[in-house]
Design a protein around this ligand. Structure first.
Ligand code: HBI
Ligand code: FE
Length: 289
């Protein structure tokens, strides 16, 4: 159903910013790299340098290693050139899109190892926060981990779950899995917790908050717990989930989700600001303590 793109930002009255007029049936568009202005490249460099300064202290090592291989420091990356590097690493390629896509279109791209990257960059007055993902969120936030074989395989497996979720009323649960474990995931390392989620690492404030703040809960990843926990789209997360490894996340998608959706349909949702019995607690947030 390639209907008008659903604005998944949760703000139904916010018109989508991108230009959806010239898109293909799969919502892809030309990137238009040659039309990017020097000012936009400079905005990219500002965002890139600002976030890169935070990575050694806050980011998972796998994220930093992969970002370096993408050679994206000098300006907005040329997606086709980046796709050559990415394809060698994990078989994925990037496709340019005007912005948020309907769930079915988005899932289908992931299932076929194509990552949709928005083809516009935020305005100068949106450097710290913007409602919809732009090229900096999508590329700087998401593409580095697509270079990591296990995480890349997880994301393809996640995409393949899309049709099943649509058929079994599991879309919101699958969206929570993406939100908590692709956008806002933490991973445990010998040096302590580190951020790998795209939503954190493309945001100066949340990169620091997710590791340093006493406010949020930080609890061990558990598939059912994540699928039952609501989330907010317009503020820092109240709970972050922690992986032991990316393998753990990949294994979680190895199972059939249909019986899980049926089981969870009979259980109440869980609030995002509470610790639950059975949680593996890394830190109890200020509210929950
Ligand atoms: N579209 N371009 C784009 N990027 C996303 O990350 C995205 C999307 N559409 C839907 C969506 N994410 C989430 O609702 C997923 O959970 C499906
Ligand atoms: Fe994202």
């Amino acid at each position: 159903s390639s209907s008008a793109p659903v604005n998944t930002t949760g703000k139904s009255d916010t018109p989508l910013r991108g230009d959806y007029s010239a898109m293909a049936a799969d919502y892809t568009v030309p990137q238009g790299w040659e039309k990017i202005t020097a000012e936009e490249h400079a905005r990219w460099r500002t965002l890139y340098e600002r976030q890169s300064a935070l990575l050694p202290r806050y980011a998972a090592p796998e994220f930093m290693e992969s970002l370096a291989r993408l050679d994206a420091r000098d300006g907005v990356p040329h997606f086709d050139r980046a796709s050559e590097v990415l394809h060698k690493a994990t078989g994925w390629t990037l496709v340019a899109v005007p912005g948020l896509l309907p769930n079915d279109v988005f899932f289908n791209h992931l299932a076929e190892k194509r990552f949709p990257v928005t083809n516009w960059i935020r305005r100068a007055d949106e450097m710290d926060y913007l409602v919809e993902p732009d090229v900096f969120h999508d590329f700087f936030g998401h593409v580095p981990l697509l270079m990591h074989p296990v995480f890349a395989d997880y994301l393809q497996a996640y995409g393949r779950k899309g049709a099943e979720a649509e058929a079994h009323g599991g879309l919101e649960r699958l969206a929570r899995l993406y939100w908590y474990m692709v956008e806002f995931g933490l991973i445990n390392t010998p040096q302590g917790l580190r951020a790998y989620g795209a939503g954190m690492l493309s945001s100066r404030g949340e990169t620091q908050y997710c590791i340093e703040s006493p406010e949020p809960n930080r609890v061990g990843f558990n598939l059912e717990r994540v699928m039952r926990t609501g989330y907010r789209i317009d503020d820092y997360q109240e709970t972050y989930f922690v992986l032991d490894s990316f393998e753990q996340l990949f294994q979680a998608t190895a199972q059939d989700f249909a019986p899980l959706y049926a089981k969870l349909a009979a259980l109440p949702d869980l609030p995002a600001d509470q610790i639950q019995p059975g949680d593996t607690v890394f830190t109890a947030g200020r509210k929950a303590a």
